[in-house]
Write a protein that binds this ligand. Structure first.
Ligand code: PHE
Length: 346
């Protein structure tokens, strides 16, 4: 009987890997432990065996039964895996990237900044940078902005506490630190560091003491431009702004320079744009930025001779361009990182 039992287990072990389905498995299992199964038959034999042999034979039958159960269990597990694979299609390669992986995209403001800097680079501008934490001198004094000018008011500009110190931005004892209210500070930093001819663009974040609503945000982004050379005129300014507007907004746009005032430019203008084909905003003049010829006082503050050199400067808000281009009517949408919006303008 011992060899018969061994033979049953060996055969079961050999046959098991060939099983392909659950019904096949059930039949296989029954052929050993079902009512007419081979092991069942051996258990019946055990009943007929002489009493003194029963303990020994009983152990052997139990051992064989346990081995068979193990084979059944393993077979069932591999059948499960097969079925799972069949349901999922081809074998999965876990090292492949997920098919619906979320690809990252540049934010709308980043896209516009890049487009604008690419256009201006083509005509010779290089990108310059300045700190977001600034001093009153760079943000106002050097830009010919008198002490009593409204923009210097603490209602409009975000000042740091008197006892604040920043090791990387130097200040005079009499002045306060502030968060720059415009990127025009980079005009000054550039002209102190380098002498004409120079043509720079400075994209960057600015801060104002504004309560957030649909059109205001305490922090926003500007793009500054500055060109200083021997004989720069308003005509040069208009040409570069025309190029920028057409590239950013479309060929159907016209521009105009409307007289205005900034302490650091003279003459100063607002840049307005208009298009016959701009949806609800068609045929309306829309203001998009400020500009003008660099004030001689600013050149002097930067130790550049106003007799030898002239220049133009412009600055506009990236948010404004983003909103005009997309029809977004609330500036706050640009900072909320709602995936639906990010994807829409991907
Ligand atoms: N700095 C101005 C502003 O923030 C814009 C400007 C830049 C105007 C350069 C003239 C020249 O409103």
């Amino acid at each position: 009987m011992e060899s018969v039992l061994q033979e049953i287990v060996t055969r079961a072990r050999e046959k098991a890997p060939a099983l392909k389905s659950r019904p096949e498995f059930e039949a296989f299992k029954a052929s050993y432990v079902g009512p007419k199964g081979e092991l069942t038959a051996q258990m019946k034999e055990l009943g007929k065996a002489p009493r003194e042999q029963k303990p020994v034979l009983g152990k052997l039958v139990n051992a064989a039964k346990q081995q068979l159960e193990e084979i059944f269990e393993q077979t069932l597990a591999s059948l499960d895996a097969l079925e799972m694979a069949a349901r999922m299609g081809e074998q999965i390669d876990p090292t492949l990237p997920a098919s619906d992986a979320l690809g990252g995209t540049a934010h709308l403001l980043t896209q516009i900044r890049r487009e604008a800097t690419d256009v201006l680079r083509r005509v010779g501008f290089v990108v310059a940078e300045g700190p977001e934490l600034e001093t009153e001198w760079f943000n106002f004094d050097a830009l010919n902005t008198p002490l009593n000018h409204a923009s210097r008011d603490a209602q409009d500009t975000l000042y740091l506490p008197e006892n604040f110190t920043a090791s990387n931005v130097k200040r005079r004892a009499s002045e306060r630190y502030l968060l720059r209210s415009h990127t025009s500070t980079v005009q000054i930093r550039t002209m102190l560091a380098r002498k004409p001819p120079l043509a720079i663009i400075a994209p960057g974040r600015c801060f104002r003491r504004d309560t957030a609503d649909a059109t205001h945000s305490a922090n926003f982004h500007q793009l500054e431009g500055l060109y200083v050379d021997a004989r720069v005129t308003v005509k040069d300014l208009k040409a570069v702004l025309d190029l920028l507007v057409r590239e950013l907004l479309g060929k159907h746009f016209k521009t105009r320079l409307r007289p205005s005032f900034f302490p650091f430019t003279e003459p100063s203008f607002e840049l307005d744009v208009i298009s016959p084909d701009f949806g609800k905003l068609s045929n309306r003049w829309l203001e998009i930025g400020g500009c003008g010829m660099v004030d001689p006082a600013v050149l002097s503050a930067c130790e550049i001779s106003p007799q030898k050199y002239s220049g133009y400067a412009f600055g506009f808000g990236l948010e404004r361009i983003a909103m005009l281009r997309t029809g977004l009517d609330d500036i706050r949408l640009l900072y909320q990182n709602d995936l639906r919006l990010l994807r829409q303008f991907a």
